[in-house]
Write a protein that binds this ligand. Sequence first.
Ligand SMILES: Cc1cc2nc3c(=O)[nH]c(=O)nc-3n(C[C@H](O)[C@H](O)[C@H](O)COP(=O)(O)O)c2cc1C
Ligand code: SF4
Ligand code: SF4
Length: 253
Amino acid sequence: MIGIYFSGTGNSRFCVEYFLKKLAPAAKAYSIEDENVCKELEKEKEIVLGYPVYYSSLPKILQDFLNNHAPLWKGKKIYLIATMGLFSGDGTGVAARRLKKYGAQITGGLHLKMPDCITDVKLLKKSTEENKKMVSRAKRKIERAAVLYKQGKPTEEGLNVLYHLAGLFGQRLYFPNKTKSYTDQLKIDENKCIGCGKCVKLCPMKNITLKQDKAVPGNTCTMCYRCINHCPKQAITLIGKRVLQQGTIEKYM
Ligand SMILES: Cc1cc2nc3c(=O)[nH]c(=O)nc-3n(C[C@H](O)[C@H](O)[C@H](O)COP(=O)(O)O)c2cc1C
Ligand code: SF4
Ligand code: SF4
């Protein structure tokens, strides 16, 4: 068994690693950003795939990874873990449908509520204590899911037609184009930026460059919020206008 994930701010990585720890402690997890991920994937038949849900859809970077490696999925048995701030409907279902088209068998699905990573929007903001409790609840849910998987009765959250309808009518119909392509909407306040280069190093899309000691965004942002949550000067925004509360999974452990 192997774990793979895309994770902007660490939630999905944490959930995949914790699930593997409870189910198959020798199994390793790889980010889709890891240069060895395809080589490792080819060797394994049983896969746990984790990712965050964006507008009840997949992050564009993950869509491209699944599509660009379509032959890799044939014959694989894949358990899906979708993380979200509140609601996704069919968070696992969106990947399941795509992977089935490529010949994979979906063995189950798990939905986990985790701290919201949208640093510059107030809507789902919780205190650090509340976020810690949320992570504890997710851990307990993962533990139960691992037991069920071992018993041959894996959870099937997000996979049936009712979840599909919930995802469609709950969100996707209202945000049809949000994750269809990469965005050019990332903003960096040059008055706040000190040119430390942290965002440049962290971006999975190499979407930020340094020019004359100032960070400059490009047009291939996958909206992962990693740079925004890490910038020491709170200079980066995407959906909102002001950074309200930075945090990554390490803060809630
Ligand atoms: C652009 C964007 C869209 C999101 N859309 C949703 C959503 O539709 N429903 C939801 O519950 N959470 C949503 N979230 C919250 C993330 O899914 C959640 O915080 C996730 O656990 C982040 O995982 P990560 O740390 O692995 O990146 C969204 C986050 C981002 C950045
Ligand atoms: S992390 Fe923030 S301060 Fe550092 S280069 Fe990027 S935008 Fe500028
Ligand atoms: S620019 Fe920031 S939010 Fe966009 S993909 Fe890169 S790290 Fe993620």
